[in-house]
Design a protein around this ligand. Structure first.
Ligand SMILES: C[S@@+](CC[C@H](N)C(=O)[O-])C[C@H]1O[C@@H](n2cnc3c(N)ncnc32)[C@H](O)[C@@H]1O
Length: 258
């Protein structure tokens, strides 16, 4: 089940290699945290699967984080709970051990999505919240024009929302998560109004899809975007986005009740 790298990364991305700057560029966005808090309303204990460096772990809950990558566990700030070394597909907890379960930006990396979701459902008495991207909407982002293979990779990796909902069962609602223009969690769409950010190698490195394209191709994509920004072509086509306060892109929050 675990695709062992020296780091212990269990998904398709090696966080030993790409996770070093992660905590700096992928900070939890407070407006997204608020939506997750709403989704988990009423819970006290919450398991966070694929917890990474602790993004979206609200102090409102007693969180038990689970994270297979050593470099991600090491980036967790001291005020957060230490993460259990484990994988979604085999959670080391009893049935109904928690009031709720959450996972953010992680399901697309699990080798066995259905097993991981079933485990979340098994260990949570109440809501399961999944923050992820809708693969059908990924290519709608302007970056597709400049870096198509990056978003093709992204669209291939993200599981269909219907599949997630079907495995979780029960009653589910799916809502689009508005992405604020100054979003502090640096996933690709977070830079919809700040395209220059994607010229920063560390910002790209913190979005794992970039690690799946050859460095030479990523370089060409970046050059293409830089040229479009220098010439004003990007602003001619998309400049209005610089003044748009939020984007309804591919980010979604699924909340499933038993
Ligand atoms: C993009 S990061 C997201 C981290 C954090 N949840 C966040 O929102 O910043 C994806 C995380 O999923 C973890 N992961 C990958 N495969 C996993 C698996 N099979 N079980 C649990 N976690 C996994 C990775 O190690 C990584 O920390």
């Amino acid at each position: 089940m675990r695709a062992h790298t020296s780091d212990g990364s269990a998904g398709d991305a090696d966080y030993g290699a790409i996770g070093v700057a992660y905590a700096r560029y992928r900070r939890p966005e407070p407006r997204i945290t608020a939506l997750i808090e709403q989704a988990l309303e009423g819970a006290r204990t919450v398991v966070n699967v694929g917890a990474g460096a602790g993004s979206y772990e609200s102090p409102r809950f007693t969180i038990t984080p689970v994270e297979p990558s050593a470099s991600m566990r090491a980036q967790r700030p001291a005020h957060l709970a230490e993460a259990v070394d484990g994988v979604a597909e085999r959670l080391p907890f009893d049935d109904d051990a928690f009031d709720a379960a959450m996972t953010t930006f992680s399901v697309h990396q699990w080798p066995d999505l259905a097993a991981g979701l079933r485990e979340m459902r098994r260990v949570a008495r109440g809501p399961v919240a999944v923050l992820t991207c809708d693969p059908d909407r990924v290519r709608g982002f302007w970056l597709y024009e400049y870096a198509p293979a990056v978003l093709d990779t992204e669209a291939r990796r993200y599981p269909a929302i219907d599949d997630i909902v079907a495995v979780l069962g029960g009653r589910a609602d799916v809502r689009t998560v508005p992405i604020p223009a100054d979003c502090v969690d640096g996933f690709n769409e977070a830079y919809y109004a700040r395209p220059e950010m994607l010229l920063d190698p560390a910002a790209r490195q913190s979005c794992s899809a970039w690690s799946f394209v050859e460095p030479a191709l990523a370089e060409r994509y970046t050059d293409r975007l830089r040229a479009a920004l220098d010439s004003g072509a990007w602003d001619d086509r998309y400049g209005r986005l610089r003044h748009q306060s939020e984007l309804h892109g591919s980010l979604v929050l699924i909340r499933a009740l038993p």
